[in-house]
Write a new protein. Sequence first.
Length: 513
Amino acid sequence: MEQEQILILDFGGQYKQLIARRIRECSVYCEILPHTTPIEALIERHPKGIVLTGGPDSVNEPDSPTYTANLFRLGVPILGICYGAQWMAKTLGGAVEKADVSEYGHANLWIDAADSALLRGVPAQTSCWMSHTDRITEIPDGFCITAHTEHCPVAAMEDAKRRLYGVQFHPEVVHTPDGATMLHHFVREICGCEGSWRMSAFAQTQIDALRNQIGGSRVLLGLSGGVDSAVAAALLSKAIGKQLVCVFVDHGLLRKDEGDEVEAVFGQGGGFELRFVRVQAQERFYQALRGVTDPERKRKIIGEQFVRVFEEEARKLGAIDYLAQGTIYPDVIESGVGGAVIKSHHNVGGLPKNVSFRGIIEPLRPLFKDEVRAVGLELGLPASMVYRQPFPGPGIGVRIVGEITPEKVRIVQEADAIFREELTRASIDVSKGQFFAALTNLQSVGVMGDARTYASAVVLRAVMTDDFMTARAARLPYELLDTTMNRIINEVRGVNRVFYDLTSKPPATIELE
Ligand code: XMP
């Protein structure tokens, strides 16, 4: 049976990823396509509905993004958002003009048509999130106005007969409190989607598809210990068993016991059929990093060594047909829809150059992070692995200021393990941020057991963030910080001070290197 789907045509909108999220939350599969996608390609996919995104341009500019008007002859329900709505209005014979007042942010929204299939059940007065300069001044024939704001006479319009809808505001953002309801109405009622998108079904379909695609070939996957490569490994293992070779490079910069945890899941007796190779490359990395203090140089060395070790292992394995990667949908969107992706997290130094293979396999490419997690649980991965915090590719290497030594790695690993234990004990939700210990290059005087010490200072870093682009220090309970500090001082040799980093990003970064 064909997967029912909604297609999102991208006119350059900054919230396109959110639109896709909201639609998937209605249990409906959707994908974002660039507005340069030929209409034939759209038709081939038999979408149940189409959403036109917003965008930064003005439809009245000559070079602004556009699409063939034949789109409206497909008979498929269409929802235009912001620029998408303006383009719909203009293309169908209405008018769009520059408004006297730009509307940004919160606006009161009055519903003018309570019987609208899109707006049904929404309070007569609600609010919405606006971000526009142009506005629709004339609606096309067959349309009616279904909502307005103070500065925007056409905040929503529709031609129910042709199932064409336009909204000037952004229903996909949380600041439009009834936005999710409107999107639900659009995909489930107007487009008639049943809501059949389930992770269990995805896993089974994907396993069958992988089996067909790969046949008797061999696949190589680099395991990082992170969620994405682990779920990719689990899926491939179910599909092709021992034809899958997973190489796990232990670069000596992992969190405490992480290498063993990965081996427990994917190694002998772990319940997944595959060939697991753990490369103990710690010494080699430490050697290459000796005496290096510059953060960028350290990253470069870690990346280069990683690729070299990976290539050496690949060569030992003989002919490999496919290289698998744990690319997920946000990676695809961030690198430009439809473009090639090299996931740095899994290929710390880029793709291996000296391994030849026929193609790349990316079994998680259509999924968002929480969907990847759901698939992981579905396939029997332990929750501790599925819900683990994000961890940078270069690992603890970016959590040590100055030269990296095995001794410093030990300090960070132990302090970090204590911090994570205490966070768990205090039931702190770590899912919306990053929480870890790092090591400064400060050595200072202390006193322990009546003796003078000259030892290191550990930093506890705990930030809350939505997108990892900006972040704020978490307001952790003082008791938790106090207990963590005490335990680190008492249990981790070589530490006599513990700081809590209050700095936000910007001006700091999340990591400390
Ligand atoms: P910064 O420190 O730049 O980090 O504020 C932002 C987010 O990116 C992660 N990060 C990395 N992730 N490879 C990765 O896969 C890397 O080289 C890398 N460097 C930073 C960092 O942990 C944070 O979540």
